[in-house]
Design a protein around this ligand. Structure first.
Ligand code: 2E6
Ligand code: F3S
Length: 339
């Protein structure tokens, strides 16, 4: 219902969980149910504090490296993927692995392997130190160079400028990545594109939705954790698209009353690793302050689902448990009017 004050919320759709996060989180939950606690998880299964804390409460034990996992124990690899060296280290300790790498990250790994086999110089656009970039680069360390930003393009040196390809992290800003590619192509005119988009559908869809609502917003709130690349990108996209201000928060308690001073329209979205309950809490916070009129701005509909990691599927099947799984409910509990 329209507010007499004109105050309103524009709620981005799609937002929140993507298919790869849904699968990874369910994989840990199913592993806990099936094998019992503890189940070790290398790195954060997805980059969200609430998810990690909730799974820890259920018995998941998050570690930084496989050498922290007891010999022979079970370990889940996170959605961001791991390099072959990590698989080897796990095998040396006889660990039982469940690989929850998002299939769309695996696709990029395969591109790196293929172009390395053809002896290309591979320019991996992505953020140095991010787990996904470490995993992808680790597939072909002798062929991959990381390009962090458009400005970093000047630092690249290649063996043969006619044999260069770019690939990317899945969760980058589409616009900034295209800028990096343009700069690289100025230097290497025959730079080859990846066979298909590496920035995944979920990253792209969330950015398109924010771009649509941001010009109408004095404030855009992005729910997501500080280490979540795709969530952080949504703040940048909102600001670039015309929002007067944009903040990333992990949860509603981090909202600052002063952000709402003089604000009529608040945009709300969330990263691909963010459970909808955290968005609902933000909407409730805003409703208590007069922003009860929530209008959804939808730019795409998503129905992609991935099956569970094969190791887990096999064990569930052998135990007579149906591998089918329900789609996680990711709708807001508030009444929302589409615009
Ligand atoms: C795996 C790969 C890509 O930091 P980033 O955005 O990559 O990660 P999350 O966990 O916030 O988002 C999901 C994801 C998982 N994206
Ligand atoms: Fe996969 Fe993209 Fe999500 S790479 S984990 S679908 S953000």
């Amino acid at each position: 219902m329209t507010s007499p004050t004109g105050k309103r919320v524009l709620l981005a759709a799609p937002r929140g969980y993507c298919a790869g996060v849904d699968r990874a989180v369910i994989a840990v939950e199913k592993a806990l149910e099936h094998y019992g606690a503890p189940v070790y998880v290398r790195k954060e299964i997805v980059h969200n504090k609430y998810v990690v804390e909730s799974l820890s409460d259920k018995g998941a034990v998050f570690v930084n490296e496989t050498d922290e996992v007891p010999e022979g124990a079970r370990v889940v690899f996170s959605a961001h993927g791991v390099s072959p060296a990590v698989h080897e280290a796990a095998a040396e300790r006889n660990l039982q692995t469940i690989d929850a790498t998002c299939p769309l990250v695996t696709k990029v790994h395969k591109e790196a392997v293929r172009f390395a086999a053809d002896d290309y110089d591979i320019l991996l656009i992505g953020h140095e130190g991010h787990e996904e970039v470490e995993g992808t680069a680790g597939e072909a360390p002798d062929h991959v160079q990381i390009v962090n930003s458009p400005d970093d393009a000047v630092n690249v040196t290649v063996r043969d400028p006619e044999k260069v390809v770019w690939i990317s992290q899945t969760t980058l800003s589409v616009d900034e990545t295209m800028e990096t590619v343009d700069r690289l192509r100025e230097r290497f005119p025959t730079l080859q594109n990846p066979p298909s988009d590496d920035i995944c559908y979920a990253t792209q869809n969330r950015q398109v939705a924010v771009k649509k609502l941001a010009p109408e917003c004095e404030l855009v709130i992005v729910v997501g954790s500080a280490n979540s690349s795709n969530s952080v990108r949504l703040v940048e996209v909102a600001l670039n698209a015309g929002a007067d201000a944009s903040y990333r928060i992990d949860r509603a308690q981090e909202m600052d009353e002063s952000w709402l001073d003089g604000v009529t329209t608040v945009g709300v979205t969330s990263g691909a690793s963010v459970p909808e309950i955290l968005v609902n809490d933000v909407l409730a916070y805003l409703a208590e302050r007069g922003y009860g009129d929530v209008q959804e701005v939808r730019t795409a509909t998503e129905d992609l689902m991935f099956s569970l990691p094969k190791e887990l599927r096999a064990d569930l099947k052998a135990a007579g448990n149906a591998p089918a799984r329900p789609r996680r409910e990711n709708r807001t509990s508030l009444s929302v009017e589409p615009v």
